[in-house]
Every structure is written in C-alpha cells, then in structure tokens.
Design a protein. Structure first.
Length: 195
C-alpha cells in the first residue's frame, strides 16, 4: 500500500503555506521571514503555531488555515508526476501534517482527490508526524500492516514516521536534497512504478 505526504510531495504548496503563515502572524503582531518558517514546514500546523506563539497557538493555526483556504489555495498546483496516482494499486492514502480539512480541499482543487482513498490530517490523530500514529490509523482502516506500506515524502518527518511504524520510507528529493534515513531516494514519483 502506498502512503503519500501531500505538501512538497504531491503538490507544490510550500510557498503558499509560508505566505499564509506570514500573513497570519502579522495579524497577531508577529513578524517572521520565510527563512525562519521554511524549516518548520512538514510539522503539524498546531505544532508550528506552538513553536512561534505558544500562548496563541490555536488561534494562530485557525487564522492561518482560514487565510490559506481563502487566499492561497489557488496558488497550489499538483506536480506533473502526481499523475502516477492513477497507475498505482489501490488503496492509496495521504498522510499530512496539515489539517485534514485543508488537505482534502487541496486534493479537490488539484484534481487528485479521485485517486486517494483516505486522508489523515495532523489534527486527526493524537500525535502527528514524525510519530507513527497516522500510519497506525491507516493500518486499522485498511487492514494493512505498516510493514507492507511504502511511505513517500519529501521531508525527514515523513521518513522518521515510516521508520517509527516499521514501513518503507521513500524520499522524493524535489529540492535535490535527499531525506536522511530513507530506504530509497527518487527524483520523480514515476520511479515508484519500478518499486
């Protein structure tokens, strides 16, 4: 079974998320630069908010998600190689650190929703990436043990989650930098057809 990360793996959305974070932070009186936020991408939204503004984390995450859906969703594009989803065996799941609702809206907006059987958002499990909880939820839903899962992502959080659950971690090195600890590194999702 294939499990995909969403942002940076299936869709080009990291800049849109960072833009929404910057705007949300400005609304509560905090200034941050892109360079300060980029290393946090891949963590659950609430965790990012806790690291930046612990006293207002829930409010900040809520504002960011609202802004993202209202102003930034239109800037999100599926990577060309995300077309591989139509050629892989089902079921296919998406496990993301983003809110489950936001992730489903991204999948709909990019035309990828029809290829995904389950979306697990970082706000829908007790512990998000890099904890194994999202993969355990997928395992229960489909009756597939993590040892039979191929987890594809673009960050070390994805690979660590796979390792913590006993799944195979495959890194898509979109920015030319492979994730540490990956079982395999690929440069295009089409390479999954040979795994």
């Amino acid at each position: 079974m294939y499990i995909f990360d969403l942002d940076g793996t299936l869709v080009e959305s990291v800049d849109a998320h960072i833009g929404a974070w910057i705007e949300a932070l400005e609304l509560i009186g905090i200034k941050k630069r892109r360079e300060e936020l980029a290393p946090l991408m891949g963590l659950p939204a609430l965790e990012i908010a806790r690291r930046i503004a612990p006293q207002r984390a829930e409010e900040l995450a809520r504002i960011k998600n609202k802004l993202f859906l209202e102003k930034y969703l239109g800037a999100v594009r599926a990577y060309d190689d995300a077309a591989v989803l139509s050629r892989l065996p089902r079921p296919i799941a998406v496990v993301t650190s983003a809110s489950g609702y936001v992730a489903r809206e991204i999948l709909k907006a990019t035309g990828l929703a029809e290829y995904v059987d389950l979306v697990v958002g970082g706000d829908e499990v007790p512990r998000g990436k890099p904890a194994p909880d999202p993969l355990y939820l997928v395992a229960r839903r489909f009756g597939v043990p993590p040892s039979e899962m191929v987890v594809v992502g673009d960050s070390e959080y994805d690979i660590e989650m796979a390792k913590n659950a006993g799944a195979l971690g495959v890194c898509i090195a979109r920015r030319g930098v492979p994730c540490r600890g990956a079982h395999r590194v690929i440069s295009t999702l089409f390479q999954l057809l040979g795994i």
